[in-house]
Design a protein around this ligand. Structure first.
Ligand code: ADP
Ligand code: ASP
Ligand code: MG
Length: 484
């Protein structure tokens, strides 16, 4: 039996000392079962957002406000380490934090050095005033650099044979800062060098997610939510028997429980369905997570660190039969619809290519497309490149675009071959103005665009229609809100 398991803990699973100690307990539980974990951790909750805002603030020249943000982060990490050192004793003895502790002093010392390094970069940035993607990666990497080392030390204190491994030694990527592409063959080699030897010594390696570096050693990141991706890369690279994504909900739900309190846990879902959901906005998994796991047929489990007994969601190559057409509904917000109307050049051979070349040149992905004889509508992430894209397209056609749109996407293997599903979908959202509709691009998704303000209502209506009588083999009837 393959005993290697990659365990990834997201920001909320390591948000404070209590959460970190709970995480240590979950890992110890796996070790007690004879498994060999490799742990991947995110930055503490909200830290990446704060680092991004510190970078933007410094780039505007506001040095004092940028340093005020990192000062708060410095205190938060310092205090978390102190509370971890005091451990459960803190609950009965508030003076536990006062006792001299040389190990804690060493932790505080390296943290000071890390935060001094970060402040140094922010000071330089405030002078230069230009935030390049490379500097941005350098700044945001501190979240995982510091959390992973602190958590490795916390684990060791609780008795785990844990060791910190700098993820940047293993996760080798290209130089596309902000969304770097991993180089699989090199990663496999580096994992053999820096992780596998620890496993032979029965140690538990702890790596930061999200961060990597180029072959030349320049720090990169894998994109927001990228720690899931790190977990899958490590799992694929060491041929793990399973990858566990520990988060703050009971697994993949039939909808985002924050939007739809009636959402149910999905017991099993196929790789293809999970990838589609992730791509179309279900934040619970990073879109690229699944690939390295699919390639090696490694099962992925999504589990709740606040409710570790719950069996979560299992993502497998083939999903079992399910009587309902959909498994889950995802929503992607902050989208823009762009209409390209060919006033001067009617739809002709090569016309679509010239439109897509513009998006390609601007490296702007397109989510949904619909065409008529004279026009093309596209949905895009709202971003700062849109005016330049529109200007380029206006050389070919008339262009208008409008933001604040959302894409609602229903995913399930059973859409194919069932009659009358579209009628049920449109009947249940009849009060909502639909802007674009798509079905068939992949056989497992059906989606439409609405005004952003209508999205939550549309999801709740669809959920009520399709999950009123859930298949007990696939869905746990207990609603998410009751558990987490
Ligand atoms: P982590 O910090 O552990 O990576 P994330 O915040 O990235 O956690 O992802 C977990 C969140 O994803 C949940 O709190 C939930 O609000 C959201 N989410 C969106 N869609 C879904 C879904 N279909 N099932 C479960 N959670 C979802
Ligand atoms: N800390 C990173 C983020 O917030 C990566 C992650 O948590 O997955 O995007
Ligand atoms: Mg996440």
């Amino acid at each position: 039996m393959n005993r290697l398991v990659v365990m990834k803990f997201g920001g909320t699973s390591v948000e404070d000392a209590k959460a970190i100690l709970r995480t240590a307990g979950i890992v110890a539980g796996r070790v007690a079962k004879g498994l060999q974990p490799v742990v991947v951790v995110s930055a503490m909750a909200r830290v990446t957002d704060l680092l991004i805002s510190a970078a933007a603030t410094a780039a505007r020249g506001d040095r004092a406000s940028a340093l005020a943000i990192t000062e708060r982060l410095r205190i938060r990490h310092h205090d978390t380490a102190t509370q971890i050192a005091a451990g459960p004793a803190l609950e009965h003895d508030p003076l536990a934090v006062m006792r001299p502790d040389p190990e804690l002093a060493a932790t505080h010392a390296w943290m000071e050095t890390e935060f001094d390094g970060l402040d140094e970069i922010l000071r330089g940035l405030a002078v230069v005033g230009e935030l390049t993607p490379r500097i941005s990666d350098m700044i945001v990497s501190y979240g995982e650099r510091i959390s992973s080392r602190m958590i490795a030390e916390a684990f060791a204190r609780t008795g785990l044979n844990a060791v910190h491994v700098d993820a940047r030694q293993c996760i080798v990527t290209d130089a596309q800062h902000g969304k770097a592409i991993p180089l699989d063959a090199l990663i496999e080699q580096r994992l053999k060098q820096h992780v596998v030897p620890h496993l032979a010594e029965a140690r538990v390696p702890v790596l930061g997610g999200f961060i990597g570096s180029t072959e030349q050693g320049v720090t990169t990141t894998l994109g927001r939510g990228g720690s899931d991706f790190t977990a899958a890369l490590v799992g694929g690279g060491i041929d793990a028997g399973a990858i566990e994504i520990w988060t703050d909900v009971n697994g993949i739900m039939t909808a985002d429980p924050r939007m739809c309190p009636d959402a149910l846990r999905v017991r099993t879902i196929s790789f293809e369905e999970a990838a589609e959901l992730a791509y179309f906005g279900a934040k619970v998994l990073h879109p690229a997570t699944i690939l390295p796991a699919v390639r090696k047929n490694i099962p992925v489990l999504v589990l709740n660190s606040k409710n570790p007994q719950n069996e979560g969601t299992r993502i497998t190559a083939l999903a079992p039969h399910c009587s309902s057409p959909f498994k889950s509904i995802a929503v992607k917000k902050r989208l823009t619809i762009m209409d390209v109307v060919a006033s001067r050049m009617l739809m002709s051979h090569g016309y679509l290519r010239s439109i897509f070349e513009v998006f390609d040149r601007h490296k702007c992905p397109v989510d949904m497309v619909s065409t008529s004889e004279v026009s093309v509508s596209l949905s895009l992430d709202s971003n700062e490149k849109l005016p330049a894209i529109a200007a380029d397209l206006s050389k070919l056609a008339d262009v208008k675009y409008e933001g604040r749109k959302a894409l609602v996407c229903m995913v399930g293997e059973n859409i194919r071959g069932q009659n009358g599903i579209a009628a049920r979908v449109f009947q249940s959202v009849r009060h909502v103005n639909l802007r674009m509709i798509s079905q068939g691009a992949s056989e497992i998704n059906m989606s439409f665009m609405v005004e952003e303000d209508d999205a939550d209502e549309a999801v709740r209506s669809l959920h009520a229609e399709f999950f009123a009588d859930p298949d007990p083999e696939i869905f746990d009837r207990e609603a998410a809100a009751a558990k987490s």
